[in-house]
Design a protein around this ligand. Structure first.
Ligand code: ADP
Length: 412
């Protein structure tokens, strides 16, 4: 590296060369007139001049025109204070290349005095790379921010998705739980149903068995009466089994909406006599049914089979859930649009807490668990009556008695 020309410098050429070589920045030495008196190679290269070409040229040669004024003032002040200073700290300073191109730089100014006068040695740092790096960093930062924003957005989207998924799963879980619970209840119901059916069938079957065995033992003609009594029991029990099976079949038809109703004109007294006759067969000793008085000559238009089934159910229950020597009242109220039947007993009644479940399928109140029954009858009756536009209701008091009421439309 060389520093050229200027007599004062020539004398110290070696020293300056050494100094110049030790420094990797560009060096520009300027005299008081602001002429360049020496440069090093690095400075020449920075400003794109041939080696030594800048020497003797005014400093303004390497400063873009728009900074000339500012710069002059600056340098004057600088000589006055004679201090070391770094220019362009915190603001942009530019150098002018021979090519006319400008480039960012930073300058460290070091004044010194030789016998010939005052000089300033300017150390020139090329900031292009740094600025490039700065802007690269800024760009990267901006990019990074964008990326962070994007990722944050993505993340919050994912979180939202996850929350949605969690909600969905919770819902599904709840559904599965309900389904499981239902399945469990259904299973319990099935088990209950099976044990109930077995139980219900066992008693009539063992009755039939006993009677049949006994019938076989009465061989002589005089024993005909006893034979008939046992045959009667067999018929009764078979009838009971048949009615239970009918109830089950009825449930299926009702559930599947397959029940076909047939409305006809029929005599009310005929139906009541038939139902009461059948109930009489199962009455306990001393029980009696008080018949309605106002039904002669009444003709109804309804489904006769369903009416029979409903009344039988109520009368059977009244007898079943009442003690011996008690009375059952069957009453009828009639106007031109509907008929109301009520069956009143003085029996065991229904516990209040069980009353709301009485029409539920298979439900039996806690005070009847030692009495035979399936808990199906009332449920079926209600189903049929609803389908026919009618209804069923009751009032009951524990250990006092119950009144069940059926309403049916009778208009054609
Ligand atoms: P079950 O075969 O048990 O008699 P139902 O469906 O006919 O079935 O009746 C359901 C329940 O309603 C009975 O188990 C019983 O608890 C109650 N119940 C029905 N009728 C009467 C009544 N007249 N007195 C007391 N409880 C009754």
């Amino acid at each position: 590296m060389y520093i050229y020309s200027m007599r004062a410098f020539e004398q110290n050429d070696t020293v300056f060369r050494m100094l110049s070589e030790a420094i990797s920045e560009g060096i520009v030495v300027v005299n008081e007139k602001q002429d360049i008196v020496a440069t090093n190679k690095r400075a020449d290269r920075l400003f794109r001049y041939e080696v030594g070409e800048l020497e003797g040229k005014p400093l303004a040669t390497i400063i873009p025109p728009k900074y000339h004024g500012v710069h002059r003032e600056h340098v004057k002040g600088f000589y006055r204070h004679n201090e070391q200073k770094r220019m362009a700290e915190g603001r942009s300073l530019y150098g002018l290349r021979k090519t006319g191109e400008q480039f960012p730089l930073e300058v460290g100014l070091n004044p010194f005095t030789l016998p010939e006068g005052n000089y300033v040695l300017a150390l020139v740092y090329d900031m292009t790379e740094l600025r490039d790096k700065d802007s690269q960093i800024m760009e990267l930062n901006a990019h990074l921010e964008e990326k962070i924003q994007l990722r944050t957005q993505e993340l919050s989207n994912t979180v939202a998705e996850l929350q949605k998924e969690i909600k969905r799963r919770k819902k599904a879980e709840a559904l599965i739980k309900t389904a499981l619970q239902r399945e469990k209840e259904l299973n319990e119901l099935k088990t209950k149903f099976l044990s109930l059916v077995s139980h219900e069938f066992k008693t009539p079957l063992s009755g039939i068995m006993t009677s049949a065995t006994l019938v076989g033992k009465y061989k002589t003609g005089e024993q005909q009466e006893k034979r008939e009594k046992h045959l009667q029991t067999i018929f009764g029990e078979v009838k009971r089994l048949n009615s239970i099976l009918n109830d089950f079949l009825s449930i299926e038809r009702l559930d599947q909406g397959k029940e076909i109703y047939r409305k006809t004109h029929f005599s009310l007294s005929k139906v009541i006599n038939e139902v009461v006759y059948n109930t009489n067969m199962i009455l306990k000793s001393g029980q009696s049914i008080n018949l309605p008085q106002n039904i002669d000559e009444v003709t109804l238009y309804q489904d006769e089979k369903i009416l029979k089934l409903s009344l039988s159910n109520l009368l059977y229950n009244a007898a079943k859930y009442s003690p011996e020597d008690s009375e059952i009242d069957l009453e009828v109220e009639l106007d031109e649009s509907q008929i109301i039947f009520s069956v009143r007993d003085n029996g065991i009644g229904i516990p209040e807490k069980d009353q709301k479940h009485i029409f539920d399928r298979y439900f039996r109140a806690e005070n009847v668990l030692l009495t035979q029954g399936t808990g199906i009858g009332l449920n079926i009756v209600r189903g049929h009556l609803n389908n026919l536009g009618g209804s069923i209701d009751f009032e009951s008091e524990l250990n006092v008695g119950s009144t069940f009421t059926i309403t049916l439309p009778i208009k054609e």
